[in-house]
Structure formats: structure tokens, C-alpha cells
Design a binder for this molecule. Structure first.
Ligand code: WT7
Length: 630
């Protein structure tokens, strides 16, 4: 198999992956089931960009996730489902059950008219059906577009329309801690303006009141139970779209990052196995939501491709109390636990009394993802959860990279707090200065690029290939640009320091400042706004909004509340500013460019080195902004 078991094997694999990448990946790809073998491993050109892996190969990824394991693992658990309510109904999904559920849903999608190449929107809570839904799409060659349940009707509508989805898979509502969230009502609101949608399949989770539109809306269980529990996989080309996932950038609307089938399969399986060092009988738990890339690659595809047993959790870390994660680890004897620094910090803040009652001795590997993990949180995690006995894999990657690119291999790579350490085999990082010159040697810092394709690299942004080129491949010739700043220490270890563009990372979620600004500007009392990130104890970064008000408003408090409502309506609650400052003007250069550097410093409460403000159009606004800091 492709399992790396010690550091010298890692070094050997890495060396080969750079010297003979096609030989290297061909060997790894040979462990999968191909309906028709590929004839060439790689075609690539970063300038267009055009990237193709495992050319001419035909396959179905679900055959590799499910069917392939059935002879030996029919009755093995693919995943356990832990509901939001600690005393709710638990479910164990065997590989056989997974097969049947996916086949029935795939047949159901076919009966609603979905064909290979179509797009299907998935707007569901973290329930087994979300995993079935992704796999059912893949079973028949349809691309899924999962939209996180926290996004608003407006955001959902934009995503559905951008990729012209034919069907939406949703539920009546969702449980989230002590709240019940409407899902179907949000879908209804979005669909007022979604001409491509033909059918909506509604799963009953909460049994809250909903309306069904005749001819469009179908009851999930009724429809699925009509179907046969067998569905032959649709074989697709290796480069056939597998899914679209929307993500925010520094400008404009979210982009639909497109991943294709063969390369994504090979890389997520390979990285899952080697980063986590998952072995037979281990119980792996990733706390992400399928609405994000982590949920795609390391809840659904990576673990299932490896025939793993994992856990799907519907709830939140702090319900019914801040001991929930540790209680679950204890209950299921979780061996591999993968979460985000923001959750670690929040649980640290809740105190050790929530950790102490539970037996965490089953844990072998801890993971971190989504944002830089600060040293303090790293040590807390290491000491109190890992009991100084579990390697921490700080995994750096992105929606666009499809899988983990820089990370320790658990127990194999020596870790260093706050460092993602070394690249996986096949990944060739490069640091460049602003002009694009390579920064060589160690003890250096620069912009992080990757100079050679790996199998799960983004192929395009849906419907707008030029935008993909501009965003990732145009900043530096012949390089994929990540948007992250990065240090390389004396041993060649990488430490990702955060975004160097106008993107804020709030609780591990990527928020584009331009998007928040355009939502705020929808409020009729706001003429213009500027949004920046600032250091936040729990969330990593918080959102600070400077808003220029015009005309009348009742009072400051009401206006701020309305601004928050406007953002919630246009994007979702996750993008709500933490701080709002009403201002008369923004620091702009004579050419009209907002000096965000100044705004960032004020938001951080750091008034030193604001630079030469005399070149500003109106230097007095800086004083006003400093005085009015919230
Ligand atoms: C951005 C990607 C990767 C899945 C979840 C987020 C930041 C991610 C780390 C890490 C430091 C990290 C980067 C990256 N990031 N992991 N281990 N250390 N920063 O996916 O929404 O596509 O965001 O998250 O800034 O560019 P995403």
C-alpha cells in the first residue's frame, strides 16, 4: 500500500515525488479501482491553467469509497452518528448500509431527472443524509455543491444560480445546540429566484412546520423508499467534475472551486492515510461540517476511501456543555481527533473541569486545521487532551488544494508548536518576495506558492476560468499562489502566518472583506464601509467594520443592530462584524484607495507607525478614527 511508516520512508517518497512525479503517483493510483486504466499520469500548464491527472482513466469514486470494501467490510462501521442531543438516537452505519442508502438516493436523484454532469445543491445539517447525498451525486456523475447550513437565503440563491443546480437536497430544519434552525424555509426564500431548480427533496429531521410546493418539493423518505437499493456506478472520466465548493476571496462574490474525480480521490486517500496514520480498528473523528472542504476531504472521501470507521457529529462543542467533545471521545473510544484552533481555544477558556470527568486514553493522534494554531492553544491541546502522548498534526491546506499539503505525518515527523512542518510527498512549496523572486535558504519569510501540481489541485472556478487564472496563477509566473504568508525556519519547517490578501479567517472560516462591505453597504444609511480583521482571543480573527453614515438614523445602537441584520441577511450570521465603528470618512489616498493598513492598526489598538498620513486626501480622518475606536 501507500503507507509511510517512518521518517526515512517519508524522505524517500518525497524525493521520488519530486524527481519522478509521474512514476510516484502512478504507483499510488494503482491501488484504486479504475474501470478503464489511465494512459498518462499528468498534463499541466499553470499559465492557462490546465491541469489533468490520470488522463483517459475512467472510474467512479463511490465504488472506491464503498463497493471495493464490501467483500471484507460489509458489517464494519463506516461511521457512527452522534446526534445533537446527547440522549438522542445514535446510528451505526455499516459499509453495507452505506451502500444501500447511497444507491437508493442515487436512484431517487435519477428519478427526479438528474443526469451525469448536472449540479445538485446540498443544504443539510450534519446528519448521515449529508454524507449519503454527496456520495449519491458522485454515484451518478452529478457534481455536488454543498452550501453550509449557516448561509442565508441570499447566499444560497447566489450559489445555486452561479452553477445552475437542478435539484436541492435539504431538510425541514436543523438542530444546533439548544436552537432549531429553519432550513426549508430558507430554501423556499432562495428559490423564489432560482430558475434552474426543478425539484427539492426534503428530509424530515426536526418535524417543524414547513410548506411543500406541489410539483417541486418531495418528501425524502417517501421517495427514497420507493427505490431499489442497488445502483450501478456511472463511470466518469478522471477529469469529470466531482464537486463545486464556494469560497470567498479578496474581491467579488464567492468563487465555485471545482474539483475533479481521479486526482481528488488519489490525493485525499493518500493524505488521510499518511497524515493521520489511520490503522484498522481506529475510530477517527473530524468535527468539521460537510459545508466546508474539511468535511468533504476528511469526513466523507478520505476516510471512506481508506475503509475507515469514523464519527459524524450533528451538534456543537458547547452543548449541553463544554465537555461534549471529550464525552464523545470517551463514549466511542475515539483514537484520532481533528478539530479547529478556535474550538480548542473556546474549550480551553471553559476550563479543565469540563475535561477531567472523561477518559481520553483512547486518543492516539490530534489534528488541527483551518487557521494558524497559536503556541498557547497547541500546548493546552497537547497537555490536557493528548496527555503529552499524542502527536499533533497541524495541517495546512485550502479549499483550492483539495487535501492537506503541509503537515507532520503523525508520530513520524517531529512536531514543533505552531508549525505545519513539512510538505507531503508530491508538494513543492516555494517562498517568493513581492516581485516573485524565489527566497532561498532557511530562516526566511515570504509569500507561499507551490511550484508543481499535486493531484487534488483546483481545476477551475466554475463558469469563470479567467477568474481562476487571475486569482491563483497570475500573481507569479508558473506558480500556484496560496494567498498565505509563510516562514521557513532553520530546519526547513514551514509556519503559515496568515493571509496576505484581504481575506479574514474567522473561526477557521474564510470571509472576504469585500463581501462583508458590500453587504453592509446595502443598508440605506451607509454610503461606504471598510472591513478589516483584528486579533480575537477565541475566533483567531474578528471582523472590524468602519462605516460611513449618511443622513438620518434613529440612534447608534439601532443602526448597528440593523447593520448586523443586513449582513446576516446577505451572507449569514458567520460574517457579522464583531465591532462596528461609525465614521465620517475613511483614510484614502488621493487616488481613492483605502489605506487598510491604517485601519488594521487602529483595529488592533496599535497607534504606532501609522506611517505618513500627510499624503491622504483628508489626514484628519485618521485622528477621528483613532478617537472613535470601539
Ligand atoms: C486558509 C484556507 C483547510 C481547510 C479549512 C480552511 C488557513 C488553513 C491552516 C493551518 C495556518 C491555516 C490559511 C489558508 N489555514 N489551515 N494549519 N495553519 N493557516 O479552508 O476556508 O479554504 O481556508 O485557511 O490561511 O489559506 P479555507
Amino acid at each position: 500500500m501507500f503507507h509511510i511508516t517512518n521518517f526515512s520512508e517519508y524522505e524517500k517518497a518525497y524525493k521520488q515525488s519530486v524527481e519522478e512525479p509521474e512514476v510516484f503517483w502512478k504507483e499510488i493510483a494503482s491501488y484504486f479501482q479504475w474501470n478503464k486504466p489511465f494512459t498518462k499520469v499528468l498534463n499541466w500548464n499553470f499559465n492557462e491553467p490546465k491541469i489533468e491527472w490520470f488522463i483517459d482513466g475512467k472510474l467512479n469514486i463511490t465504488e472506491n469509497c464503498i463497493d471495493r470494501h464490501l467483500p471484507s467490510k460489509k458489517n464494519a462501521i463506516a461511521f457512527y452518528f452522534e446526534p445533537n442531543e446527547a440522549n438522542g438516537v445514535r446510528i451505526s452505519v455499516t459499509y453495507q448500509k452505506l451502500y444501500e442508502e447511497v444507491c437508493k438516493l442515487a436512484n431517487c436523484l435519477k428519478s427526479t431527472g438528474v443526469e451525469s454532469g448536472d449540479r445538485v445543491c446540498i443544504y443539510l445539517p450534519m446528519i448521515p443524509e449529508a454524507v449519503y447525498a454527496m456520495l449519491a451525486c458522485a454515484r451518478i456523475g452529478a457534481a455536488h455543491s454543498v452550501v453550509f447550513g449557516g448561509f442565508s437565503a441570499q447566499a444560497l440563491k447566489d450559489r445555486i444560480n452561479d452553477s445552475a443546480c437542478k435539484v436541492v437536497l435539504t431538510s425541514d430544519g436543523a438542530y444546533r445546540g439548544n436552537k432549531q434552525i429553519p432550513m426549508k424555509a430558507t430554501v423556499d426564500e432562495a428559490l423564489v429566484d432560482c430558475p434552474s431548480i426543478e425539484k427539492v427533496l426534503v428530509y424530515k429531521r426536526t418535524n417543524q412546520a414547513i410548506t411543500l410546493k406541489a410539483g417541486r418539493d418531495l418528501d425524502w423518505e417517501t421517495e427514497v423508499n420507493k427505490q431499489a437499493a442497488v445502483c450501478a456506478p456511472t463511470y466518469v472520466d478522471s477529469e469529470h467534475p466531482l464537486f463545486i465548493l464556494y469560497t470567498s476571496g479578496s474581491t467579488g462574490k464567492p468563487k465555485g472551486v471545482l474539483h475533479t474525480t481521479g486526482g481528488y480521490m488519489v490525493y485525499t486517500a493518500y493524505s488521510f492515510k499518511n497524515v493521520f496514520q489511520y490503522n484498522e480498528n481506529d475510530i477517527y473523528w473530524c468535527t468539521a461540517d460537510v459545508g466546508w472542504i474539511t468535511g468533504h476531504s476528511y469526513i466523507t472521501y478520505g476516510p471512506l476511501l481508506n475503509g475507515a470507521t469514523s464519527l459524524v457529529f450533528e451538534g456543537v462543542p458547547t452543548y449541553p456543555d463544554a465537555g461534549r467533545f471529550w464525552k464523545i471521545v470517551d463514549t466511542y473510544n475515539v483514537t484520532h481527533f481533528y478539530t479547529a484552533p478556535t474550538a480548542i481555544r473556546a474549550l480551553e477558556a471553559a476550563g479543565l473541569d469540563f475535561v477531567k470527568p472523561y477518559n481520553l486514553s483512547s486518543l492516539k493522534v490530534l489534528g488541527s486545521v483551518g487557521e494558524p494554531i497559536n503556541e498557547e492553544a497547541w500546548h493546552w491541546y497537547n497537555t490536557n487532551i493528548g496527555k503529552n502522548n499524542c502527536p499533533i498534526v497541524d495541517t495546512w491546506w485550502q479549499t483550492e488544494t483539495g487535501g492537506i499539503l503541509i503537515s507532520p505525518l503523525a508520530g513520524i515527523t517531529k512536531t514543533k508548536p505552531s508549525y505545519a512542518t513539512l510538505p507531503l510527498p508530491g508538494v513543492q512549496p516555494m517562498l517568493v518576495d513581492d516581485k516573485g523572486n524565489e527566497i532561498i535558504g532557511n530562516n526566511v519569510e515570504g509569500n507561499l506558492c507551490i511550484k508543481f501540481p499535486w493531484p487534488s489541485i483546483i481545476r477551475t472556478t466554475y463558469g469563470d476560468h479567467e477568474r481562476c487564472r487571475q486569482t491563483y496563477f497570475a500573481s507569479y509566473t508558473n506558480l500556484y499562489f496560496t494567498g498565505d504568508g509563510c516562514k521557513r525556519d532553520e530546519n526547513g519547517y514551514y509556519r503559515i502566518t496568515g493571509r496576505v490578501d484581504d481575506v479574514i479567517n474567522v473561526s477557521g472560516h474564510r470571509i472576504g472583506t469585500a463581501e462583508v462591505e458590500s453587504a453592509i453597504n446595502m443598508h440605506e444609511a451607509i454610503v461606504e464601509s471598510a472591513v478589516v480583521g483584528y486579533t480575537h482571543d477565541i475566533k483567531g480573527q474578528g471582523i472590524y467594520a468602519y462605516c460611513i453614515v449618511t443622513g438620518d438614523y434613529a440612534n447608534e445602537e439601532t443602526l448597528k443592530k440593523e447593520i448586523l441584520e443586513t449582513v446576516t441577511k446577505h451572507i449569514g450570521a458567520i460574517a457579522k462584524p464583531d465591532k462596528i465603528q461609525l465614521v465620517k470618512g475613511l483614510p484614502k489616498t488621493r487616488s481613492g484607495k483605502i489605506m487598510r493598513r491604517i485601519l488594521r492598526k487602529v483595529a488592533e489598538n496599535d497607534f504606532s507607525n501609522l506611517g505618513d498620513t500627510s499624503t491622504l486626501l483628508d489626514p484628519t480622518v485618521v485622528e477621528e478614527i483613532k478617537k472613535g475606536r470601539v
